[in-house]
Design a protein around this ligand. Structure first.
Ligand code: ATP
Ligand code: FE2
Length: 337
């Protein structure tokens, strides 16, 4: 990885393809989104099959690049760099996006900038919040982490010990007879519910776990508990767990600002519960617009732009994807000082 001079400045194009969503964003100063084109792969039944999702991305990405450029009224010559999500994610999906990014980088003679998907969720939420150094609750499909910046890295203070909250909601919804994605559908269903059934509440310090709740909820469903009540109970329990670990992290770190990020941060109930907790402590809570919570190319472009300005780029030959790349192992030189 090079950390040399940044050179030409201009809008950055970012490609997201880590899981279900293929997306291309073009972003300039202040995270202003000039163009954004996305398409989510929706399996007809069951969960996501990595190869089928990757085929979807391969098929759609060239068109999404065109759409984003047209929407932004930007010529490739004006682009500063091409950023791509290097990981974490599904190998075949990551490779689809990385291949398109490498091609564009070579064809346009632009630097290639690798971006960590989780850090991108965090950075787009942070810039939109206007808060310099908040605590972050990153709640998405594959990840559930409470994060704070410290000494050159984003530090994970607490996280899920098994599955991500979004994957838990998606799996449950499919078990209840629905289709992917489950989170938004479960949110609507929960609004019709009112009876609280007791589910395993699994908080261990600043960590959480969801697999026990998944098994219990499926058992309740088989015993005939109404779907709206089950959805209501699952949201109440799971989001209370997230609110509790966020509060614990706030107290430990002596912080007063929380920013939400990731697809599950779209959820109104989660937003309200975290906001109430933070405001009762006299602090501030910010949640980005929903389009910036779910996977999108703009967050990759924005983070890539900061990374490139800090001198980060990689030659095509060493731009391999990293399906297991962790939030706390990637350097964030743009935050130095
Ligand atoms: P990760 O960022 O961990 O790699 P991901 O990229 O698969 O996960 P995101 O796009 O960040 O996922 O988030 C998708 C998840 O958000 C899905 O699990 C989806 O069900 C969930 N989600 C989206 N909207 C809502 C909502 N309104 N309520 C709850 N969950 C939601
Ligand atoms: Fe994501």
């Amino acid at each position: 990885m090079s950390t040399g001079e940044a050179g030409h400045t201009g809008p950055v194009l970012g490609i997201e393809s880590t899981a279900h969503t293929a997306s291309v964003g073009i972003v300039e100063d202040g995270a202003r989104v000039l163009g954004l084109a996305s398409d989510m792969y929706r399996p007809p039944a069951g969960g996501i099959h990595p190869r089928e999702a990757a085929n979807h991305h391969v098929e759609l990405l060239p068109r999404l690049v065109r759409q984003a450029l047209d929407a932004a009224h930007v010529d490739p010559a004006e682009i500063e760099a091409v950023a791509f999500a290097q990981g974490p994610g599904l190998g075949p999906c990551l490779r689809a996006g990385a291949t398109v990014a490498r091609m564009l980088s070579l064809a346009w003679s632009k630097p290639l900038v690798p971006v960590n998907h989780c850090v991108a969720h965090v950075e787009i939420a942070r810039v939109l919040s206007g808060l310099e150094d908040p605590l972050l609750l990153y709640a998405s499909g594959g990840n559930t982490q409470v994060i704070a910046y410290g000494r050159g890295r984003y530090r994970v203070l607490g996280e899920t010990l098994d599955i991500g909250i979004g994957n838990f909601l998606d799996k449950l919804w499919i078990e209840l007879g629905g289709t992917f994605p489950g989170g938004p559908a479960l949110e609507l269903e929960a609004r019709q519910g009112s009876e609280l059934v007791e589910l395993p509440y699994s908080v261990h310090g600043m960590d959480v776990a969801f697999s026990g709740m998944l098994t219990a909820a499926i058992t309740y469903h088989r015993r005939g508990v109404a779907r709206p009540d089950l959805a209501y109970s699952v949201e109440s329990t799971a989001y209370a767990m997230l609110t509790e670990i966020t509060e614990r992290a706030l107290a430990h770190r002596r912080r007063d600002a929380v920013v939400l990020g990731g697809g599950v941060a779209c959820n109104e109930r989660l937003r309200t519960m975290v906001r109430t907790m933070v405001e009762e402590r006299g602090g501030t809570m910010f949640a980005p617009p929903r389009a910036m919570c779910v996977d999108n190319g703009a967050m990759i472009a924005w983070t890539g732009r900061m990374a490139h300005r800090a001198g980060v780029s990689v030659p095509v030959e060493s731009s391999a994807v990293e399906p297991r790349q962790r939030t706390d192992l990637v350097p964030t030189p743009w935050r130095a000082g």
